[in-house]
Design a protein around this ligand. Structure first.
Ligand SMILES: [Zn+2]
Length: 317
């Protein structure tokens, strides 16, 4: 569905000046991605998979450079503000690349000449729609049944998983058995709003298709956007990818976030972990913002102020 824009040209950008943007339900995000693809001739829009509910998993790429940098957001449903941050960054980057200008101190055209950037802004569209109250009653009822087994997790605001109750960032085959052991010991032994690893790695279509797409695309650097904590995780197990610490330190300086090793209890089965294990290349989990998830949309501008320089720095290398 390359360049599948059927927009009339009348649709407003998500981040029009003076307007507060709508939260990123899947239909809003698809409209925005279509609008970007229709507005900027150097941008391509395609689909790498489908969610449990059949929603398209879309990505946008831009740039002609050899260095491949991939950035994903919203593996976790109630971290949907990460989708907003990434879409805002894409808006600014593409606009500056078109008109000539800098983004966070980097010349946008040069960034796109030196790198090939690919964005997957909505890894978990069904989960995000659930948290935002955009699913129909039958789908919500199914999710509520899952949530009822975990009454200490607020519903739907505490929901991180996909619509099958599988935590998409505990699905990757990198110490998955260890993740299972830890999460089962914590009581997450069945489909749950968060922290259930699934019956096996890569059974959730959202994670499976992203893994397959990553295998095929072989990026040089990946960033996974999460909330919260203002911290950047860069290690997995004993891997020490060449250049990973150096780039991580640059990302920390750019954002004011702390570069940290992952705590052992979460150093398993995430996209970053699996990416580092498969390629021994720099992969990062960026925990944006501070507070309790879901972070309010009013935090968007302050989070963006920290993380746009981080994303531009990642693109620059
Ligand atoms: Zn997360």
């Amino acid at each position: 569905m390359k360049k599948s824009c059927n927009c009339s040209g009348k649709k407003l950008p998500m981040f029009s000046p003076g307007d507060s943007p709508a939260p990123p339900s899947s239909d809003t995000v698809y409209l925005e991605m279509n609008r970007l693809a229709g507005t900027y001739p150097f941008v391509t829009l395609s689909e790498y998979g489908r969610s449990v509910l059949g929603r398209p998993l879309l990505y946008i790429c831009a740039g002609t450079g050899a260095r491949r940098v991939w950035i994903n957001a919203s593996h976790h449903a109630n971290e949907w503000i990460t989708t907003m941050v990434l879409l805002k960054f894409m808006n600014e980057l593409f606009e500056k690349a078109q008109t000539g200008g800098e983004i966070s101190g980097f010349d946008a055209k040069t960034l796109l000449r030196n790198a090939r950037l690919c964005f997957m802004p909505l890894v978990n569209p069904d989960g995000v729609d659930l948290v935002l109250g955009k699913l129909d009653q039958i789908e919500v009822a199914d999710a509520r049944k899952v949530a009822n087994n975990y009454p200490f997790i607020p519903f739907p605001s505490g929901w991180k998983a996909n619509l099958r109750g599988i935590d998409l960032n505990l699905q990757y085959p990198a110490n998955w058995e260890k993740a299972k052991e830890i999460k089962f010991a914590q009581g997450f032994t069945s489909p749950a709003p968060r922290d259930y690893v699934g019956p096996a790695p890569l059974v959730a279509p959202e994670s499976r298709t992203l893994a397959a797409f990553t295998q095929a695309g072989s990026p040089d650097v990946t960033l996974s956007l999460h909330t919260q904590g203002e911290v950047i995780y860069w290690r997995f197990a004993d891997f020490d990818p060449p250049g990973a610490r150096e780039l991580g330190e640059k990302l920390a300086v750019a954002s004011g976030y702390t570069l940290s090793t992952t705590p052992p209890e979460s150093d398993n089965a995430g996209y970053k972990d699996w990416f580092i294990q498969e390629w021994n290349r720099p992969g990062y989990t960026v925990e944006m913002g501070q507070g309790e998830n879901p972070l309010p949309i009013s935090d968007l501008d302050s989070i963006y102020a920290h993380t746009a320089p981080l994303l531009a720095t990642a693109a620059n290398g």
